[in-house]
Design a binder for this molecule. Structure first.
Ligand code: ATP
Length: 234
């Protein structure tokens, strides 16, 4: 579904990603691991069209989207749950979800998508009239996921889902990843919490100072000595 081939990304004068390649097949959950500043968010933003590669290709369903605008990329079926959620905090839960359905094909399916999101996160239905900024951290994360789903994405990119959440809420949120994959959504998870992300994914990639240094099945990565020392604190 997504094939990133040897991309270089600069931010200003600085090269942040070097010859990065990563594949995600339809229906997979893939983790991108890396320490602070490794370039994970830059990678995600490149797929979303916010940075354009100076070299390499980003193929989505076989079509090169490197150079497309973020709006075009949302329209063809890639959505994101950004780090820090970036909700419309003064708007209600319902209004945030409605905003997520802005691509044309999503607008037509708004009511169905809403029913789908409420079935995944019943608490959002109970709070649909509540101002988003007054929700708990876990509820806000659910709303950020729900808003992304309202665009009816084929590929969902999720950045640092667990940041600032309690272990219990984090487990609950990760539980919904399994529901989503059963419903055919392909997912890329970006995480510093390696144990959690690998436990919920099929395969993983490790990004270190802008380069992919390791890749494999999540099980192999969980047992890899370097990963255990560098990312699992063992
Ligand atoms: P984190 O988990 O802290 O978000 P990350 O792996 O997602 O880390 P990025 O946010 O992609 O890393 O940052 C990668 C590198 O790009 C860092 O060295 C950072 O200093 C640099 N960087 C981030 N934003 C800019 C910018 N606007 N201009 C230039 N360099 C930047």
């Amino acid at each position: 579904m997504l094939e990133v081939k040897g991309i270089n990304i600069f931010r200003g004068e600085a090269q942040i990603l070097w010859d990065v390649s990563l594949n995600i097949r339809q229906g997979e959950v893939v983790t991108l691991l890396g320490a602070n500043g490794a370039g994970k968010t830059t990678f995600l933003e490149a797929v979303l069209g916010e940075h354009h590669p100076t070299q390499g290709e980003i193929l989505f369903k076989g079509r090169n989207i490197a150079g497309n605008s973020p709006f075009e990329i949302a329209r063809i079926g890639i959505a994101c749950v950004p780090e820090g959620r970036r909700l419309f905090k003064d708007m209600t839960v319902y209004e945030n979800l409605e905003m997520g359905a802005y691509p044309k094909r999503a607008r037509a399916a708004l009511l169905d998508s809403l029913a789908w999101v409420y079935s995944l996160f019943p608490i959002l239905e109970g709070r649909k009239g509540q101002i988003a900024g007054t929700l708990s951290g876990g509820e806000q994360q659910m709303l950020a996921i729900g808003r992304a789903l309202m665009s009816k994405p084929d590929l969902l990119l999720m950045d640092e889902l667990s940041l600032g959440l309690s272990p219990k809420i984090t487990q609950e949120i990760y539980g919904t990843i399994q529901n989503l994959r059963r419903e055919g959504v392909t997912i890329l998870v970006i995480e510093q919490n390696a144990t959690l992300a690998l436990a919920h994914s099929d395969r993983g990639y490790v990004l270190e100072t802008g380069r992919v240094t390791l890749q494999g099945s999540s099980e192999d990565l969980l047992n890899d000595e370097h990963i255990r020392k560098a990312y699992l604190g063992m």
